[in-house]
Write a protein that binds this ligand. Structure first.
Ligand SMILES: Nc1ncnc2c1ncn2[C@@H]1O[C@H](COP(=O)(O)OP(=O)(O)OP(=O)(O)O)[C@@H](O)[C@H]1O
Ligand SMILES: [Mg+2]
Length: 244
């Protein structure tokens, strides 16, 4: 479904992504793991068409995507739920949701209706007319995902969906991801909760300094000494503490 080859992203002199290749097959959950600043968000933003890569190719269902405007990516079915959720706090829950069906002042072709999407999100359905600022962190993340689903994606990109959430709220998000996959959505996810994410994912890529240093099935990665030492040990605990 998605084939990324030798992706490079530079910000001026900063080479954030230095030749990343990865693929995602329809129906998979694929995890991208790595420390702060490794280049995970830059990779996802390039796949979403939000930033223009310096080099490399992005094929989606066989179509070359690089060079197209961001709305073309959405129209083709690639939708990103950004890091930090990006909910408009002064708008209502419903208004935030409706924004997911618009790009550049027009409707995304074939978008979903709020009623369709809300079936998965009863806690949001009860609060449609409240300002989004009333929502807890977990509910705001649910709204961010729900807004993404309004564009009827086939590939959903999730950037740190559980960052800053309580363990209970994070578990709700992981359960939602599982449900979405069972309903046929393909998911590329960046997550700092490595163990929980690999329990859910089919495959994973580990990024360091803008390059992939390790990849494989989730099952093998979770047992890999290099991953255990780098991301499931002290460092990962420190990372988790820093966001709680
Ligand atoms: N807009 C930008 N301008 C300049 N440098 C940037 C910009 N965005 C990211 N960077 C730099 O690029 C590198 C990769 O950043 P990126 O956000 O992709 O990493 P990340 O793996 O998502 O990190 P985090 O875990 O903190 O979200 C970092 O060194 C970062 O400081
Ligand atoms: Mg990031």
């Amino acid at each position: 479904m998605l084939d990324v080859k030798d992706l490079r992203v530079n910000y001026g002199k900063v080479a954030a992504v230095q030749g990343i290749s990865l693929s995602v097959t329809a129906g998979e959950i694929v995890a991208v793991i790595g420390a702060n600043g490794a280049g995970k968000s830059s990779t996802l933003n390039a796949v979403a068409g939000i930033i223009r890569p310096t080099a490399g190719s992005i094929l989606f269902n066989g179509e070359a995507m690089t060079g197209h405007a961001a709305h073309r990516y959405i129209q083709r079915g690639i939708v990103q739920v950004p890091e930090g959720r990006m909910i408009f706090r002064t708008l209502t829950v419903l208004e935030n949701l409706q924004l997911g069906a618009y790009r550049l002042g027009s409707f995304v072709h074939g978008h979903a209706s709020p009623d369709d999407v809300l079936q998965q999100f009863p806690m949001l359905a009860d609060r449609l007319h409240e300002p989004a600022s009333n929502l807890s962190g977990g509910q705001a993340q649910m709204l961010a995902v729900a807004r993404g689903l309004m564009a009827k994606p086939s590939l959903l990109l999730l950037d740190e969906p559980t960052l800053g959430l309580s363990p209970i709220a994070a578990e709700d998000v992981f359960r939602l991801i599982s449900t979405l996959r069972n309903e046929g959505l393909t998911i590329l996810i960046v997550e700092q909760n490595v163990r929980r994410t690999l329990a859910l994912a089919d495959r994973g890529y580990v990024v360091e300094g803008g390059r992939i240093v390790l990849h494989g099935s989730a099952e093998n990665l979770i047992k890999d000494d290099r991953l255990v030492a780098g991301y499931l040990g002290v460092k990962a605990d420190r990372l988790r503490k820093s966001v709680q």
